[in-house]
Ligand binder design. Structure first.
Ligand code: EPZ
Length: 424
């Protein structure tokens, strides 16, 4: 297993380009199952999760070609693949977003067999809302031997609520919306997730001929159509990657420029960084982040969009470990997303977890240590802590980071970080 080694204490300077959003690209790729004709999708990051999704789609008959500029060509030959409807355990266990093929397969091929998904270990991750939504559209679904087995005639539009105990569901909204676009009649999804990645999928589907209104709101109306066509489309910039680099600039008291940023998708993140005392200026799709020595402690609560993303929680925690005073981070989306805490404590952080809150007392100096990544964003948090820790931090289980960040160490190194990968 590869490791990343960081020598902390180097200020970041320079500019970095933000990639297309992983969490938008994955459902958009799955939605290509719905289209008749090839599509060209720009801005797809070269990361392991995209490779896994490509394998799942190839297994389902997709022809996929990646170009060096990040464009993916995806084509399914209509009518030839109706006997292919399985997303196997060996692939699905690697990544939760593979569940996104369920809705498209069901509505287009009338049959789906999808393994229960895996992905980051961050607490309970049921799929009941996905299943209830698809059942409401008329699917017959049973689960046997670890697989979700679903069949349907043409799905029928209806009113569906996707409200769960922890708010809506991002991938559940993607699944039900993708299924409803080819259903007969009108579907109304109440309590839909509003995340930019869900909006991007809706915009992609509309470009392909779907009729979705209410995009970005919690009530989506989908008028079913008979067919969808291939499109040219560009994925939105990754707001979580942008937020991670913003904190890299902030934590090292650096001065960096981020290109290809949608600051309107990052309002909660940018507002919180400004409250901490980080200077952020955005012109068009370029954001400049300037750190300093006068940061303030803050409290953070993760919430569904437009609130603070749970996917930025570990990165903010790394930063707040270095800010004088007491900060409290409350995690409201996932039940067990503090696996990075014991690793940060190994680096000298003072953090106490009480149920769903982490109470952080900033320390003047983190120290390098051997740490282990438990999940993708925890890995980002540990890498950020390593950038400022005194001495050397060695990060193990880098494969988690590779799922979501393209060449993170190379890009940080170009900004002045002393960081290298040790290949196994
Ligand atoms: C997406 O996961 C993202 N993944 C996650 O990012 C992100 O943390 C999450 O949304 C929340 O923003 C992708 O887009 C690939 P949810 P998703 O369904 O859709 C509960 C990353 O690091 N729930 O919105 O799986 C669930 O347990 C990843 O890139 C149900 O109760 O998340 C959680 O508490 C990690 N029943 C809450 O809803 C369901 O059927 C939100 O989960 C589904 C979810």
């Amino acid at each position: 297993m590869d490791k990343i080694v960081i020598e902390g204490g180097h200020r970041l300077e320079g500019s970095v380009r933000i990639n297309g959003a992983k969490n938008a690209a994955l459902p958009v790729m799955a939605a290509c199952l719905l289209l008749d004709g090839p599509s060209r999708i720009k801005g797809i990051p070269n990361i392991v999760d995209i490779q896994t999704q490509s394998k799942i789609l190839e297994n389902l008959g997709g022809q996929i070609k990646r170009h060096d500029d990040g464009t993916l060509e995806i084509a399914f030959r209509d009518g030839e693949n109706n006997d292919k409807y399985t997303a196997p355990y060996e692939l699905v266990r690697k990544m939760r977003a593979s569940i996104c093929v369920l809705g498209p397969l069901l509505t287009k091929r009338r049959k789906a067999k999808v393994s229960y998904p895996g992905g980051c270990v961050i607490g309970q991750r049921p799929v009941d809302l996905h299943i209830n939504g698809l059942r409401a559209l008329g699917a017959q679904i049973e689960t046997t031997e670890g697989y979700i087995n679903a069949t349907a005639d043409r799905l029928k539009g209806t009113d569906i609520s996707l409200k769960g105990k922890y708010g809506s569901t991002v991938l559940g909204t993607c699944n039900v919306m993708s299924a409803a676009v080819l259903a007969e009649g009108t579907t109304i999804i109440e309590d839909a997730a509003r995340e930019p990645e869900v909006q991007d999928l809706a915009n992609f589907l509309n470009t392909a001929g779907a009729k979705i209104t209410g995009i970005g709101e919690s009530r989506l109306t989908i008028e079913g159509v008979k067919e969808l066509h291939g499109v040219d489309y560009e994925i939105i910039p990754d707001r979580i990657e942008a937020g991670t680099f913003m904190i890299a600039g902030a934590i090292t008291k650096g001065n960096i420029t981020l290109e290809n940023v949608r600051a309107d998708h990052l309002t909660a993140v940018i507002d919180k960084l400004k409250e901490i005392g980080v200077e952020i200026n955005t012109i068009g799709n370029t954001s400049r982040v300037k750190g300093n020595n006068l940061y303030h402690n803050v409290d953070i609560t993760t919430l569904p969009y437009p609130g603070m993303p749970t996917d930025m929680q570990a990165q903010f925690m790394a930063l707040l470990c270095t800010v004088e005073g007491k900060s409290i981070i409350t995690e409201k989306i996932f039940t067990d997303r503090f696996m990075h805490v014991p690793e940060l404590v190994r680096m000298g952080a003072d953090i106490r977890v009480e149920v769903s809150s982490a109470i952080i007392r900033g320390t003047p100096c983190l120290t390098g240590a051997n740490v282990m990544i438990s999940d993708l964003r925890a890995g980002a948090g540990l890498a950020l802590a390593g950038l400022v820790a005194k001495g050397t931090t060695t990060i193990d289980r880098v494969y988690h980071l590779d799922r979501g960040y393209e060449r993170l160490e190379e890009r940080l190194s170009k900004l002045g970080a002393v960081i290298k990968r040790i290949r196994d």
